[in-house]
Design a binder for this molecule. Structure first.
Ligand code: M6R
Length: 613
């Protein structure tokens, strides 16, 4: 949610800022801007995509070897030029970019206005620029001190970069709650970004700034990291584990399509070294120290948002099925407000692709404060979630850039499946022979996903038939229910068709009123003991002239008479069926969105990682 980039070195800053912003565009694309320090402070900004900013820079070039940039996901104030970052104050000497939210901005703004400060935007960020300027002027302190004092007045979350034409030899960076990584290049060059993807082409030596730390990054010499109390900190230099290749589309029209097709590999990678089908064993290094806790847990609570919440719901079923531990999937954004009853015998598992989702991180903080053991399932190595949890497992799905999450979901589900099997076997709720059977089956999932991907042609023609629909329903029972929710989310977020996911049994309690001629109903109806009930639900839809598209198990003809289209997928254990049944729904959403001319990788109003609450 908003991406920031900075460069300090000997070369022109602008190309580095623009390339970095393009890599960060998935975090928001409402507007973009740069501020560059050369013989003066140049500011250029434009609403919309980075290409608009690039065009502007062609006509109005900037020059200088220190610069900051920003790509915005609007929170305070509509997407417009005046609300685009960088923000300046009245003298025009200070420029600030910010990712996060200043919660007390209204009070700060009122106070600054009462002292004659005139605001040019509706953003929360602008108060920071005015505060820095005000403190510099009234207290005659250098930029570093002014930033420290300004942030001392701020309540909220931020990753901030500030420059001043009075001190044209440095960038001051500070962080609380929002991510920031600083890359150490050659010849004392420094690259600063919200995400390693923006700087990996220049360096792999990085420092992750911690909360309540500041970095003073000079044009010549080494950067200095300090705490907000002005004490020197000694950050660890880490290696950025990211391949540049992973950041390219590799011939696919969109990142989302590439990521859908990567799933045989990403699921394989999520299981690599963790299962041994020959021996029938499963082990996850990151939870070894917490196995006793999990085994004896009174409850397991999953906290997450969006697609990761759907994975949590699958986790809920998996843990209850295999480990017989009461489990619950909670929306992170609600969990924190319900004053949850939690104790040291509970294990909270936070699930997040990015590891930066603000609601999930707040839920983690709350769970820790109540004494629960908190584990994470996360894709981004080194993310805040991975640092804030007691332990956990990476999903190893590889970089996910498409805003609509796909391969992250299947990798999360496979990690959850492995965890549930491991704990079930330790608890003895799963026999050795059954465990072996399940592990052998889990090992076949990547090739079965590849077989589902072969159905893309059929799914494309179904998309062709229904892409003009205004509403769609997704139904499923048991493991099919979270997949129905995920199918509906995928369709609505990238094609803007109104879509709802329901447990199939709930149909008759209300949603059936929506069914009329031609309304497409997508049924996740793979083989299990509830299939007859599912058939009855679909009958009810057909009786009301709805159109039924059912995802079924190969060779299972029971839904033939009640479906307009059957998408057959390979047979698997019911518990692993989400790993296969979600694929046709991802492809369907993708092709519908393409047919509707929507921007698949950058759907309107969304951003890849939601770092505001
Ligand atoms: O990075 P996270 O997994 O924590 O993100 C959670 C949600 O914001 C995310 O899954 C979102 O719902 C996606 N756009 C879904 O495709």
């Amino acid at each position: 949610m908003c991406g920031i980039i900075g460069y300090v070195g000997k070369h022109e800053a602008e190309p580095v800022l623009i390339r970095g912003l393009k890599r960060l565009e998935y975090r928001g694309y409402d507007s973009a801007g740069v501020a560059v320090l050369g013989d003066k402070l140049f500011i250029r900004k434009k609403p919309g995509k980075i290409e608009n900013l690039e065009k502007l820079l062609k006509g109005q070039p900037v020059s200088g070897s220190i610069g900051i940039g920003h790509t915005r996901w609007a929170t305070h104030g509509e997407p417009s030029e005046k609300n685009a970052h960088p923000h300046t104050a009245m003298s025009g000497k200070i420029a600030v970019v910010h990712n996060g939210i200043i919660e007390n901005y209204a009070d700060l703004k009122k106070e600054l206005q009462s002292r004659g400060k005139v605001f040019a935007s509706d953003t929360d960020t602008e108060v920071v620029a005015h505060l820095i300027e005000d403190i510099s002027e009234t207290e005659q302190v250098p930029l570093e001190e002014a930033v420290r004092k300004a942030l001392g007045k701020v309540v909220g979350a931020y990753a901030i970069l500030a420059i001043s034409s009075d001190e044209p030899d440095k960038v001051v960076a500070a962080k609380l709650g929002s991510p920031m990584v600083i890359g150490l290049g050659e010849e004392d060059e420094h690259y600063i970004a919200s995400d390693g993807a923006a700087i990996v082409e220049y360096t792999r030596d990085v420092v992750y700034l911690k909360d309540n730390e500041m970095a003073i990054i000079p044009k010549t010499g080494k950067m200095v990291v300090k705490t907000m109390q002005n004490e020197i900190a000694f950050p660890e230099i880490q290696t950025l584990e990211l391949s540049l290749e992973a950041l390219e589309k590799k011939g696919y029209a969109h990142f989302m399509l590439k990521e859908i097709h990567e799933q045989p590999q990403s699921v394989q990678d999520s299981m690599r070294g963790r299962i041994d089908p020959g021996k029938g064993t499963v082990k996850l290094g990151g939870i070894l120290d917490f196995e006793k806790k999990l085994e004896n847990a009174e409850r397991i609570i999953f906290v997450s948002c969006g697609t990761s919440w759907h994975a949590g719901l699958v986790g809920d079923y998996l843990f209850e099925t295999f480990a017989r531990i009461p489990a619950k999937a909670e929306y992170a954004s609600e969990f924190r407000y319900k004053n949850p009853v939690l104790g040291e015998n509970d294990v909270v598992i936070a699930i997040s692709q990015s590891g930066e989702t603000a609601d999930t991180l707040s839920a983690v903080k709350l769970a820790k404060s109540k004494g629960a053991t908190v584990l994470g399932i996360c894709n981004v190595v080194g993310s805040t979630l991975s640092r804030e949890t007691d332990g956990g497992s990476y999903t190893h799905a590889g970089v996910e850039i498409g805003v609509a999450s796909t391969k992250a979901f299947t990798a999360q589900v496979s990690v959850l499946a492995m965890m549930a099997l491991r704990i079930g076997s330790l608890k003895g709720t799963l026999s050795e022979s059954r465990l072996q059977e399940l592990i052998v089956e889990l090992n076949t999932i990547p090739e079965k996903i590849a077989a589902v991907l072969e159905k893309e042609g059929q799914i494309q023609s179904i998309a062709q038939k229904y892409f003009q629909a205004t509403d769609a329903l997704f139904l499923g029972r048991r493991y099919g229910f979270p997949v129905a929710l995920e199918g509906a989310l995928k369709l609505k977020e990238i094609s803007y068709i109104h879509a709802e996911g329901y447990p199939a049994g709930e149909m008759k309690h209300g949603p059936i009123a929506l069914i009329e001629e031609g309304v497409p109903v997508f049924a996740v109806a793979t083989k299990n003991e509830h299939i007859e009930k599912m058939a009855a639900n679909l009958q009810e839809i057909k009786a009301r002239r709805g159109s039924v598209i059912a995802v079924v198990t190969e060779g299972d003809e029971r839904l033939k008479g009640v479906s307009d289209h059957l998408i057959e997928i390979p047979e698997t254990e019911d518990a692993f069926s989400p790993l296969l049944s979600v694929i046709p729904l991802q492809l369907l959403a993708y092709h519908v969105a393409v047919l509707r001319g929507a921007n698949v990788d950058q759907p309107r109003n969304l951003a890849k990682s939601v770092t505001v609450e």
